[in-house]
Design a protein. Structure first.
Lengths: 674, 192
């Protein structure tokens, strides 16, 4: 029976392994402090918060979320801990609500591990408070009890921590909010819903849930015959079967194969078949998928997904592989965690059983527990290896079949690249992999036109690999990464429809920028000095203003003739060097308003250097997709939230592919007369 | 209540040709009860929800319901929440698909439940049924008619569990009360 508590009421807890569920309807930060018999928090190591989520016997979430589940094992708390206080706070600087009075009353429940509610408490009557201590679990004569507290603090986290006797509460509150901000910045947007079915999903009535809606089952799992491997430009019959009027990101029909078909030097259609797997999938006429060997999974083929064009099919296939890998690894990790926790429990039981103290019974019990763990773990590994092998085989056929926009620099398709007449669906900006199998790489594709800007983090604190490098080398690498991204964008847009501006206030990036400058593909020379910064920003701000006005007035025709209506990319090096307050404000304006009207940011920056501006820049960093010039695990997938290692795309050593591609861009512009 | 399967009856999910069952679907269908009298065409909305709870050694590990449509490992999928029921076509309005081959190795039981989210008891719902279907051939393995089922708002329907190398299904058909699967946890545990 659930006890519904009111402020100040307490209730005895029947068990010591508990879960505390929080649902707030709006993202909140959850934390916990431990106190000794006098209620004193002994130090910073007795506080669990998003920046340091684990304590013995206690774990909190690393992110702000509308729903939280805090696992608590009261037996496992550090010795001397007699009290656990559960704290909630609104994240600062996220542009969200700043007082609990403006959001639904948070609901907190203490449940057993099986989900049975033991006690619950709704934190009503909060107003200007932005932090609240919600519950207290405390020990009374060897029994644990829960008390509903609900004490709010208008002074926020710092005031609450100060009240608990924490030294330097403001600094700790800052650390916590910083950790939350970082958490918000590191999520990959889920793929766009692929069917109208997505609309049927209930958008969390009552308590909002932060899980993304699930995409429809991916074809990789549905038992359907693999898509025949054909080249889209050459198979008329296959295309007549598709309704040509269908809406889609890419127009149906042979033209949709634009970027891909333009990829061969002979100008002929590209063959999507794997060079070493020709026999498995004859290119024409309408081939049947290779029959699966009995008991074996079907041979994977490239483009085995739904879509109106090969581009779209490959895009969907890659997202399908991304999801399958995330889920296969989730299954494995969950099984291993379970095996470990079951073994721990059995070992505990063996230890506490007095009969095991005599003879070898204890050893036998321990051995049995370990054997059970090993058996389950090895079966889980077997299932994982099976899945990984299938995905690796799929990656091996998909990777060589990718059009340039989806391909890495090492793919031969870039050597024969010709500037397309249509914008591709997406652009690859890196690779993702998980520690379970580091050679299985999933292309990280972002939709075009870009929906958010990109931030190449040149900070040494950004990752372990970055910390090993000296600052100059890392900065150079970061700028090279940015230049390579700019080059990719230029190369996949039709001639003249994408302009790149560069701000390099101190002129420190002349080396990395050389390929862009020498090919003559920039909208102007890299802007240097405060004057250059101001004029580029003024130019782009004017463009955003004019296009916005024209869109609002529905008068696109009345734009001045000198206005470039193509997409604009602003590469900023060395931020905030050379930026005055006005320039910073303009940059923030561009970050907020730009993407909707085709103006995007590509920032190369070390956040530390801009720390003097304080939290006013937080929304800027959060609005950008953060990537790194070296491998770093900071991106989360939208389904289960694994930390994926991001690997930047690199030009193979000694290759001139970047220069060749940029020369092709310049040539195409000349040919198009732009 | 019509029960085409006896309570507690177990079916081994092995096919007659010796192959084991690889995919099952739990389907749920219903119609809202129409009002009588003035504005009689206005129906009261009835929202039934299907959920599946995944257990490892009697501990709940994951759950698939309208707020978490796919289990983290991807083996159990909910086709999406239906808030109003069907127009009377008799098809499934909500379905949960289980790919038994992909279920993680430590999951040994999956329990299917039905809840009335809007709080009507099964007496007030028309043509409500839930069923378990062998997804590979469309054969119905178990079917319960829920309407007229008494003053209950939930039912613990069936469980599939590992047996040897394959899976078995046991029909539970146990009435209960609750708005979502969380409320049912105490009633589910005795069936594990």
């Amino acid at each position: 029976m659930t006890a519904e508590l009111v402020r100040g009421q307490n209730h005895t807890l029947p068990q010591t392994r508990l879960e505390i569920r929080v649902s707030a309807g709006t993202p909140v930060v959850a934390g916990a402090t431990l106190g000794d018999e006098q209620g004193t928090v002994r130090g910073i190591e007795w506080i669990a918060h998003p920046g340091s989520p684990q304590l013995p016997g206690l774990e909190v979430s690393q992110q702000a979320a509308a729903d939280h589940r805090l696992a608590v094992d009261l037996e496992a708390l550090p010795t001397g801990a007699h009290r656990v206080t559960v704290l909630l706070a609104l994240p600062v600087g996220a542009g969200g609500p700043v007082r609990f009075g403006a959001v639904p009353a948070p609901f907190v429940a203490v449940t057993g591990l099986d989900g049975t509610e033991i006690a619950s408490f709704t934190l009503t009557d909060l107003d200007a408070e932005s932090a609240v201590s919600a519950l207290e679990l405390y020990r009374r004569q060897d029994a644990w009890k829960v008390r509903a507290v609900g004490q709010g603090y208008a002074g926020g986290l710092a005031a609450m921590l100060a009240d608990q006797g924490v030294t330097e509460p403001a600094a700790l509150a800052g650390t916590i909010q910083e950790a939350v901000t970082r958490g918000l910045a590191r999520s990959v947007a889920p793929p766009p819903p692929r069917t109208p079915e997505g609309d049927r999903v209930r958008h969390a009535t009552g308590s909002a849930d932060h899980r993304p809606t699930a995409p429809p089952p991916s074809p990789a799992q549905a038992p359907e015959p693999p898509e025949p491997l054909t080249d889209p430009a050459a198979t008329g019959p296959a295309h007549t079967a598709q309704p040509h009027t269908a809406p889609g990101p890419a127009a149906a029909g042979p033209a949709a194969a634009g970027p891909a078909a333009a990829g061969t030097s002979a100008g002929g259609p590209i063959n999507y078949a794997h060079p070493r797997r020709q026999h498995a999938a004859p290119p024409s006429p309408p081939p049947t998928a290779p029959p699966a060997q009995p008991g074996q999974p079907a041979q994977p083929v490239a483009g085995d997904a739904t879509g109106w064009s090969m581009d779209e099919r490959l895009y969907n296939q890659i997202w399908g592989m991304f999801e399958d890998l995330a889920r296969a690894v989730a299954a494995y990790r969950s099984a291993v965690d379970f095996a470990e926790s079951r073994m721990d429990q059995e070992l505990d039981r063996a230890l506490s059983d007095p009969r095991n103290r005599i003879g070898g019974a204890g050893d036998r019990a321990r051995e049995a527990a370990r054997a059970k763990r090993d058996e389950l773990t090895s079966r889980a590994r077997e299932a994982l290896d099976r899945d990984l092998a299938q995905l690796a085989a799929e990656a091996a056929v998909v990777e060589p079949a990718l059009p340039a926009a989806y391909a890495g620099w090492g793919n031969p398709v870039w050597h024969a690249h010709r500037i397309p007449m249509e914008i591709p669906m997406a652009l690859r900006i890196g690779d993702l992999h998980l520690p379970e199998r580091t050679d299985l790489r999933i292309p990280l594709l972002v939709r075009l036109p870009l929906e958010r800007g990109i931030w190449v983090d040149s900070g040494r604190a950004a990752s372990e690999a970055a910390a090993l490098m000296d600052t100059d080398r890392l900065r150079r690498l970061a700028m090279e990464t940015a230049v390579a991204h700019a080059a990719r964008l230029l190369a996949v847009y039709p001639p003249g429809e994408f302009a790149v501006h560069v701000i390099d206030p101190a002129g420190s990036a002349a080396g990395p920028l050389a390929p862009l400058v020498e090919a003559g593909v920039l909208a102007g020379p890299p802007a240097a000095g405060p004057g250059g910064v101001a004029s580029v920003l003024a130019h782009l701000t004017r463009r955003v203003d004019l296009v916005q006005m024209a869109v609002r007035a529905r008068a696109a025709d009345s734009l001045p003739p000198d206005l470039d209506t193509g997409e604009q990319l602003l590469v900023v090096n060395d931020f905030p060097h050379g930026f005055d307050d006005r320039a910073v404000t303009q940059l923030r304006y561009l970050a907020d308003e730009g993407p909707a009207v085709g103006v995007h940011l590509l920032m190369v920056a070390d956040r530390e250097e801009a720390s003097a501006y304080g939290p006013i820049l937080d929304p800027l960093w959060r609005s950008l997709l953060r990537i790194t010039p070296v491998a770093d695990s900071h991106l989360a997938d939208p389904w289960v939230g694994h930390a994926w290692t991001y690997e930047p795309l690199t030009v193979p050593p000694g290759s001139r592919v970047l220069e060749q591609v940029l020369a092709a861009v310049a040539e195409a512009r000349r040919a198009a007369g732009r | 209540m019509t029960v085409n399967m006896t309570k507690g009856q177990a079916i081994s999910l092995e096919k007659s040709d010796g192959g084991t069952l690889t995919a099952v679907r739990m389907g749920l269908g219903w119609q809202a009860a129409p009002r009588r009298g003035l504005f009689g065409s206005r129906t009261r909305e009835v929202d039934l929800d299907a959920s599946a709870v995944l257990f490892a050694d009697k501990q709940p590990v994951d759950v698939v319901f309208f707020r978490h449509l796919v289990s983290d490992d991807g083996s159990v999928k909910h086709t999406g929440d239906n808030l109003v029921g069907g127009a009377g076509s008799g098809g499934d309005d909500e379905a949960i698909l289980v790919d038994l081959q992909r279920v993680p190795v430590h999951i040994d039981q999956i329990v299917f439940t039905v809840n009335s989210f809007t709080g009507q008891t099964f007496q007030e719902v028309q043509n409500a049924f839930c069923r378990i279907v062998d997804e590979t051939n469309g054969q119905e393995l178990a079917r319960y008619t829920l309407d007229g089922g008494g003053q209950y708002t939930a039912q613990i329907m069936a469980k599939v569990h590992r047996a040897g190398n394959g899976w078995k299904m046991t029909a539970l058909g146990n009435p209960a009360n609750g708005r979502t699967f969380q409320d049912l946890m105490p009633s589910i545990l005795p069936h594990l």
